[in-house]
Design a protein around this ligand. Structure first.
Ligand code: SAH
Length: 253
């Protein structure tokens, strides 16, 4: 069993690279991969880059050239669900590409050729990841000072499990996030968070028959202050969550 641990940005990868035993660096397609052993488990660490295509290329390389047997994504996302606040953690139950629209040929959001809009994550790996995220939050290591006064201070971070959507847009206006949430809700999709890579990695893992799970810490509310909250959170907090949650996960696997 070799687990790929993917993040979009270096800050989301945290200091996992420094905890790697017997690290081996491999460069391919402009990407840097680190193979080694993390907390007793064989892993490959990789940065996917930003957006669905960059992430799909990275995931394909991990499947083809590194023969990984499962993939885990750890990163940040914008909160869309009403109860999903900055500092909370969302574990993906399934993924949808919110910018996929081949209507009227196919239903809105349906992936042509797949017959579905929502790509499920692996149940067992997702359950382990949710347990790891909950355990990390229970340890109280997630505390942080929000930059934006609108973010509730002293809010006890929560772990959620549900639908995450991905698309090639940084969603950063209240109008756009409300429209996205409402359009999805009207079609029966209760969405928790939005980001830019996970759904494409889920699709690649589906194609290769590899288990996939993803955890996203909420860095912003995808609203008019997202451009303030996001960089603050990514610089000061994201890496701590990744370090803590991945450590817990590898202990559980
Ligand atoms: N400022 C960064 C770009 C980040 S894009 C840079 O210069 O490198 C935002 C990243 O965080 C993406 O990888 C995406 O997956 C995630 N993300 C966080 N909040 C988001 C939001 N509101 N909308 C879309 N993606 C978001």
């Amino acid at each position: 069993m070799t687990t790929a641990i993917l993040s979009a940005l270096p800050e989301e990868q945290g200091s996992l690279m420094h905890a790697l035993h017997h690290p081996e660096r491999i460069e391919r397609a402009g990407r840097r991969f680190w193979r080694g052993e993390l907390y007793g488990q064989p892993v490959v660490l990789a940065l996917s880059g930003i957006g669905k295509v960059a992430a799909a290329t990275t995931a394909t390389l991990l499947a083809e050239r590194f023969a990984v047997t499962r993939m885990v994504f750890t990163g940040v996302a914008g909160g869309l669900g009403d109860s999903v606040q900055v500092g909370d953690v969302v574990v993906a139950q399934d993924y949808l590409q919110h910018d996929m629209d081949a209507s009227p040929l196919f239903a809105r959001w349906e992936l042509p050729g797949y017959g579905l809009a929502r790509m499920p994550c692996d149940t067992a790996l997702t359950t382990a990841l949710f347990a790891a995220a909950s355990a990390y939050l229970a340890m109280g290591g997630a505390g942080f000072e929000p930059k934006n006064a609108a973010v509730t201070r002293g809010h006890a971070a929560r772990a959620h499990r549900g639908l995450i959507v991905s698309g090639d847009r940084f969603v950063c206006t209240s109008a756009e996030s409300a429209a996205l949430r409402q359009a999805l809700a009207a079609a029966g999709h209760a969405v928790l968070a939005v980001e830019m890579e996970g759904a494409s990695v889920a699709q690649v893992c589906h194609d290769y028959g590899l288990p996939f799970a993803a955890v996203r810490t909420i860095s912003d509310r995808a609203d008019d202050s997202a451009h303030v909250d996001f960089p603050h959170f990514v610089t000061h907090v994201a890496s701590r969550y990744s370090d803590g949650i991945v450590h817990e996960l590898l202990r559980l696997l």
